[in-house]
Ligand binder design. Structure first.
Ligand SMILES: NC(=O)c1ccc[n+]([C@@H]2O[C@H](COP(=O)([O-])OP(=O)(O)OC[C@H]3O[C@@H](n4cnc5c(N)ncnc54)[C@H](OP(=O)(O)O)[C@@H]3O)[C@@H](O)[C@H]2O)c1
Length: 233
């Protein structure tokens, strides 16, 4: 059995990925801040026959991140996969973007992924990192100044790590999904628009596909979108 850590594993894309991976020969360690959500996620995965545990921590907290990674490696002897899905998204014009939103976006979406990559790197030889960026990490959208800055940054970080990982046998992939119906959209898109978005399970299938791909191949940034624009009826 392989060992994976999935940040943001308590909700949305991270939870769907954790469910699929737990049915694909991975034991999964879930990370988020809200312990109750994490407990529910672990219960549902275990109820379906999978193996899961969690760490309730903030991905911006580098010492807590290090402790969780080290405890996982101590328990299971190795780490095969890190999926960085933890993230926040607020649709806000640049004029209304204040320093707090900027710091929260960069902190959760970019520094958090950096913290996990950094802590996991020495343990990932022969393994893989999958970073969840966004289509807003490869093209601009109004209302996404802080979010796009974090997601473009995550693409850049991932692509440098993909190069540097070669000599350690670590593959680093970056997945850039478009609109996906998850709690991140609550209060930010009409219900009928959310219904036309991709399902988190659709994105999770791409995560599983990358995770199970042969170690002899690597993929450049993977961009996936709903086939119809959910904002147009
Ligand atoms: N949904 C979309 O349309 C879409 C499109 C492209 C990319 N993405 C990206 O996909 C990833 C997952 O988003 P989602 O749509 O699945 O949203 P979601 O359902 O809101 O899930 C976000 C997850 O991240 C965790 N999280 C947020 N900030 C955190 C922090 N500081 N420390 C630890 N955990 C944190 C949340 O748990 P807690 O709040 O309990 O900490 C939750 O588990 C994000 O990186 C997002 O930017 C989403």
């Amino acid at each position: 059995m392989k060992t994976a850590i999935i940040t943001g594993g308590s909700s949305g894309i991270g939870l769907a990925a954790a469910r699929l991976l737990s049915q694909s020969a991975y034991r999964v360690g879930l990370v988020g801040r809200r312990a109750q959500l994490l407990e529910q996620a672990v219960d549902s995965i275990q109820g379906a026959g999978g193996q899961a545990w969690y760490g309730a921590l903030d991905v911006r907290d580098a010492p807590a991140v290090r402790d969780f990674v080290e405890a996982t490696v101590k328990q299971y002897g190795k780490l095969d996969l890190l999926v960085n899905s933890a993230g926040v998204f607020k649709l806000v014009s640049f004029e209304d973007t204040d320093a707090a939103l900027w710091e929260e976006s960069l902190g959760a979406n970019l520094t958090g992924a950096f913290n996990f990559c950094k802590a996991a790197w020495p343990h990932l030889g022969g393994g893989q990192i999958i970073n969840i960026s966004s289509v807003a990490g490869v093209q601009p959208y109004s209302g996404c100044a802080a979010y796009s800055a974090s997601k473009y940054g995550l693409v850049g970080l991932s692509e440098v790590l993909a190069l540097e990982g070669k000599k350690r046998g670590i593959r680093v992939h970056v997945l850039c999904p478009g609109n996906t119906e998850t709690p991140i959209w609550e209060g930010q898109a009409p219900a009928e628009v959310q219904q036309r978005m991709m399902r988190p399970e659709d994105v999770a299938e791409a995560v599983r596909w990358l995770a199970l791909s042969p170690a002899s191949v690597s993929f450049d940034r993977v961009v996936m979108r709903p086939s119809q624009d959910p904002w147009k009826a």
